[in-house]
Design a protein around this ligand. Structure first.
Ligand SMILES: [Zn+2]
Length: 134
């Protein structure tokens, strides 16, 4: 059984997607959805929901060698993992956990958005968005 870590941020229907928004005035993409457009060049506050999905490019990455602080949870024993910054083809730059070893990561590599467990509890897999090398 799978359950999102945080409800309402992403979907697994018709493939993985992040539930964000885009400014109707200037087109700036957002995830998660803010209360108003944050672009200094835009006075707009009219955001429309947008689901961001598909592939992107690994812009940068780092390795988390220590457990995340509460309230984040993880499966014990802690294993270091890669955190990536990805430019989705749909125009959103987003941070996410990478599936795979740091030695396999390359800046500029194609990646795909996926929904994957980040920890298990009471027989449930709690999921979040991640990226996997394409
Ligand atoms: Zn705007």
């Amino acid at each position: 059984m799978r359950e999102p870590c945080v409800p309402g941020l992403f979907s697994e229907e018709n493939g993985a997607s992040l539930l964000g928004a885009r400014c109707r005035c200037c087109g700036t993409p957002y995830f998660p959805t803010p209360s108003h457009c944050r672009s200094p060049d835009c006075a707009g506050s009219d955001l429309e929901p947008q689901a961001f999905s598909g592939g992107g490019v690994l812009w940068s990455y780092s390795v988390a060698n220590f457990p995340p602080p509460p309230p984040h949870q993880f499966d014990a024993p802690f294993k270091p993992y890669v955190i990536g910054v990805v430019d989705l083809d749909q125009g959103l730059r987003v941070v996410g956990q990478m599936i795979g070893a740091a030695a396999d990561m390359r800046v500029g590599a194609r990646v795909d958005l996926v929904i994957d467990p980040i920890y298990h509890e009471d027989g449930k897999a709690f999921t979040s968005w991640k990226f996997r090398l394409a």
